[in-house]
Ligand binder design. Structure first.
Ligand code: NAD
Length: 509
């Protein structure tokens, strides 16, 4: 990777830290960013100090008053410009995502495309922030509800979608009239700096205050400042369930709002009538794509006994063809894990699978030698297990696919699928209409996302994205997810000369 290619994103300048738009602070500790693709140093950012954090929030509070007064379609115009700028920078930003996070270049481009798509969606939405009109029970009265901006929205994001998750939140929050403060993952800080540079330029060109979109950098400590801060109306947090529980507790203590997008433990059910060619493509992409580091990655395959051996053999065969290496080389299917700590978690999980009675079908190892100098490349694993093993119940953020056999009716497979604490994405491969409909019914999948004849991995921006149970219950992106970024107000207007009370109550004076 030639780092000069990143120059338009201005991420390699030194001393980048927290920022209200273009005004960068730089007094805190240094966070160095190394590429998991080759172990090379890319650049560094400076952690936000508490004092700088206060300055960022002060600027955001000032900007809030200006931004919420701008008509929503005009706010949409700013988001349109963000989408345009992202189109221009798609290639460069996609490369940076791939280089800093380690996902394939195609997936890096896909992530930027998601940013562009959500901007387009938000532009349309800026003219559709509808409330209802309601028929009043009192004569000469009119009732309606309307949505107002919340104010300050804190966005805490994970390393695995270092730019798209910010955009999902930012585009909607901005058209809703909120100002945003982003705390990106400390593992991918340069991607965040690149996005901040892009939006800061747009704000400047439009003579808008920089505090409309800010960034604070650092580790969990900076995230905690956001959770504790009563000035921040909504904390949208994406990451592990462990993190989400801490954020939820802290924000609930001050009765603030949260939008939580946490871990998954996603399964594909493979029924006797499944199209096995589609099943194998969906399962392999779901388990191996992004090296198993997607919240929607396929972790479990719950396969009917009648097709179990066939699925198992085909998967083993498919795994032999997976090419592992530099994600910027399009010949490779799988890149590295994010860092050596992730490699250690993968190795620990492999030990636990065997301790708990699992059988490894495709062995896992850490790759060494030329091209693997970063120490972050591992091979994808397939293991035969039972659903109740503690390691299977837990989300391991690595390319480990569990094979689980079911017998009898599809209800048995659905029960296994639901018998985990997470509830993000799920899928069934079937050509049987009854099975498909049961899976989608109230007696079917308990996940936020339930697909038929598609894998678990990935989603379109048009639908609401998120999951139930320990996944946190939040919804982002499409459909009516925007409502989380606004406060609802019910209005009743009396246009008569008398004051009738509701429910026929009389109050004679
Ligand atoms: P993580 O929980 O370690 O960190 C996520 C973010 O939270 C980081 O910015 C981190 O600094 C911050 N953080 C950590 N502890 C905090 C605390 N106590 N208070 C405030 N902030 C805190 O997660 P990760 O390793 O970066 O990402 C992987 C996890 O994210 C996986 O579990 C994955 O499933 C999940 N994820 C979920 C979704 C979704 O939409 N459901 C999307 C992407 C990733």
């Amino acid at each position: 990777m030639n780092l000069k290619e990143l120059s338009s994103l201005k991420v390699l300048e030194n001393n980048l830290g927290s920022s209200t738009g273009t005004n960068w602070f730089a007094a805190g500790a240094k966070i160095n960013s190394y590429s998991p693709t080759n172990g090379q140093y890319i650049g560094s950012v400076i952690s936000t100090t508490k004092e700088e954090y206060e300055q960022v929030i002060t600027e955001a509070e000032k900007a809030k008053l200006i931004w919420r007064d701008i008509p929503a379609p005009k706010r949409g115009e700013i988001v349109r410009q963000l989408g345009e700028k992202l189109r221009q920078e798609k290639d460069t930003l996609g490369k940076l995502v791939s280089y800093e996070m380690g996902k394939s270049y195609q997936e890096g481009l896909g992530e930027v495309q998601e940013m562009i798509d959500i901007c387009d969606f938000a532009v349309g939405l800026s003219r559709q922030l509808y409330g209802n009109t309601i028929h009043s029970e009192r004569p000469g009265h009119r009732m309606y509800d309307q949505y107002h901006p919340l104010g300050l929205v804190g966005i805490i994001t994970a390393f695995n979608f270092p730019v798209a998750v910010w955009a999902w939140n930012a585009a909607l929050a901005l058209v809703c009239g909120d100002v945003i403060i982003w705390k990106p993952s400390e593992k991918t800080p340069l991607c965040a700096v690149a996005c901040q540079n892009i939006i800061a330029e747009i704000l400047k060109e439009n003579n808008l205050p920089e505090g409309i979109s800010s960034i604070v950098t650092g580790d969990a400590e900076v995230g905690k400042w956001i959770s504790e801060d009563e000035r921040i109306a909504l904390v949208s947090a994406t990451g592990s369930t462990r993190m989400g529980k801490q954020v939820a507790e802290t924000v609930a203590k001050r009765l603030g709002k949260t939008l939580l997008e946490l871990g998954g433990n996603n399964a594909i059910i493979v029924t006797p009538s499944a199209d096995l060619k589609m099943t194998i493509i969906g399962a392999v992409f779901g388990a191996v794509g992004t090296a198993g580091q997607r919240c929607t990655s396929t972790r479990r395959l719950i396969v009917h006994e009648s097709v179990y051996n066939k699925v198992k053999d085909s998967l083993i065969e498919a795994y032999k063809q997976i090419k592992i290496g530099d994600p910027l080389d399009s010949n490779n299917h799988m890149g590295p894990l994010i860092d050596k700590a992730a490699v250690q978690m993968y190795l620990d999980a492999l030990g636990k699978i065997q301790e708990q009675g699992g059988k490894i079908l495709v062995e896992g190892k850490v790759l060494e030698g030329e091209g693997y100098e970063s120490g972050c490349y591992v091979t994808p694993v397939i293991a035969e297990v039972e659903n109740h093993y503690p390691i299977v119940q837990h989300e391991t953020f690595a390319p480990i696919l569990y094979l689980i056999k079911y017998t009898g009716e599809v209800q048995n497979a659905i029960a296994l699928q639901n018998d985990v604490r997470q509830g993000l994405s799920s899928a069934i491969m079937t050509t049987n209409l009854r099975e498909a409909e049961l899976f989608l019914s109230q007696n079917g999948s308990d996940c936020g996302i339930a697909n038929v004849n598609i894998g678990t991995s990935g989603a379109e921006i048009g639908g609401a994205f998120g999951g139930e149970k320990e996944t946190g219950g939040g919804r982002e992106s499409g459909s009516d997810a925007w409502k989380a970024y606004m406060r609802r107000q019910t209005n009743t207007i009396n246009y008569t000369t008398s004051l009738p009370l509701a429910q026929g109550i009389k109050f004679n004076l």
